[in-house]
Design a protein around this ligand. Structure first.
Ligand code: SF4
Length: 397
């Protein structure tokens, strides 16, 4: 109730520590960071540099690359050098899988953040049958993980670099599966085990993710992680994502269902929308989610009614014309309404309104104030003139 009473139209975000990844900061009240991942082979230096640059130029703030071998890790040195020489030091994250100690140590020299998957970090020989792990066995494996992980933690700590502890529902470690089952609890315990090792070595530049391809599982895992971190006094930022979301409209809906639900609860400091499409396609979805939630404003916000029997002009066509003319004007809210039956309040406090007035005529509004009535054919041009006269127009680049 208190939250409703004090609601100021913005989402109150969970407080976290700041984690620096190159010149980008995750958490600490900073804007939610957009990430994606190239799908080039990292051994292809020129191809990878071009792909990283393409993504960065359209708003991907941290770019991930995969590093399946030591040769790939070494190639990253050349990629980084070339990026700095020809473009900019884009913040890079390396994904290290299966028993990747040597790879991770090499890659830590060339990137700003290393992502490891606790489930794949140490090969655990599967137990026969469904035999329980004894607590001694559990701890013994924990000690092996610690000694394997320690050099990487020390290297990242001493270089001021970050680590993502990236748990995946589909690849939990054997003993986590036996002990907790294939559950959000198992995911959270996997992350906590790695966090505790990092903390024991005074390393705190951590970002945590708990991805799953099923939205309810992913939601439960992140919520439980926040609860456990609150209980334990931990304040690590969270990286959100729904894995294997697929493609097209449903891939976007599924990703949004998971990511936006958590962001709306104040949870999440960076995100990746994983689509089975070119990585460039992921970036507008990320920014769309953030804009819809009022977390970042990177484009014009259009408010438009769905149209109905009262609509006084071709709403779909006019919205398209208004968008084509104004979409380069970041920071504005523009409403396009078929009629004014329910009053200017329906325009959700837009900066400008284009509203059906009577057949053949539209009215232009500045905020809630009606400014002028013009024939429909002159509507878009008159809107542009109004924005210009207010000094809020600039030509597209
Ligand atoms: Fe219909 Fe007017 Fe509402 Fe648009 S604003 S949906 S035209 S009543």
């Amino acid at each position: 109730d208190a939250a409703i009473d004090q609601f100021d139209g913005t989402i109150r975000r969970r407080r976290t520590r700041s984690v620096c990844v190159g010149d980008v900061t995750i958490g600490g009240g900073n804007p939610v960071v957009v990430q994606s991942m190239i799908n080039e082979d990292t051994l292809d230096i020129d191809g990878s540099v071009a792909a990283i640059r393409r993504l960065h130029e359209i708003g991907c703030e941290i770019v991930r690359v995969t590093v399946p071998s030591l040769a790939h890790a070494k190639a990253l040195a050349a990629i980084r050098e070339k990026l700095i020489a020809t473009y900019s030091p884009v913040p890079l994250v390396a994904d290290v899988h299966h028993n990747g100690m040597k790879i991770a140590l090499e890659v830590a020299k060339h990137v700003d953040k290393v992502r490891i998957n606790p489930g794949l970090y140490l090969f655990e020989k599967p137990k026969s049958g469904r035999e329980e792990y004894t607590s001694a066995e559990f701890e013994d494996i924990g000690a092996q993980i610690r000694s394997t992980l320690e050099p990487l933690i020390v290297a990242l700590r001493d270089r001021g670099k970050a680590m993502r502890i990236g748990v995946n529902h589909g690849s939990l470690a054997e003993r986590m599966l036996f002990t907790y089952g294939d559950t959000p609890e198992g995911m959270v315990e996997s992350a906590l085990e790695f966090i505790r090792i990092c903390e024991s070595l005074d390393y705190h530049n951590l970002v945590i993710s708990l991805k799953a391809s099923r939205v309810p599982v992913m939601l439960a895992a992140y919520r439980l992680m926040v609860k456990r971190m609150d209980e334990l006094g931990m304040d690590y930022p969270l990286h959100l994502g729904v894995t294997e979301a697929g493609d097209g409209e449903y891939g976007r809906i599924k990703s949004t269902a998971g990511i936006a639900t958590l962001l709306a609860e104040g949870i999440g400091d960076t995100l990746r929308v994983s689509l089975t499409e070119a990585p460039e396609k992921e970036i507008p979805v990320c920014y769309g989610i953030l804009q819809a939630l009022g977390l970042r404003k990177t484009m014009v916000e259009y408010v438009a009614c769905p149209s109905c029997g009262r609509t006084l002009f071709n709403l779909e066509e006019v919205l398209h014309q208004v968008r084509s003319a104004t979409q380069h004007l970041t920071g504005l809210d523009i409403a396009v309404m078929g009629c004014i039956v329910n009053g200017p309040g329906e325009m959700a406090d837009a900066d400008y309104g284009y509203v059906g007035k009577q057949p053949g005529y539209i009215s232009l509004y500045r905020g809630k104030e009606e400014i002028l009535k013009v024939p429909e054919a002159q509507g878009v041009e008159a809107l542009i003139e109004l924005i210009k006269s207010d000094g809020r127009w600039h030509d597209p680049e």
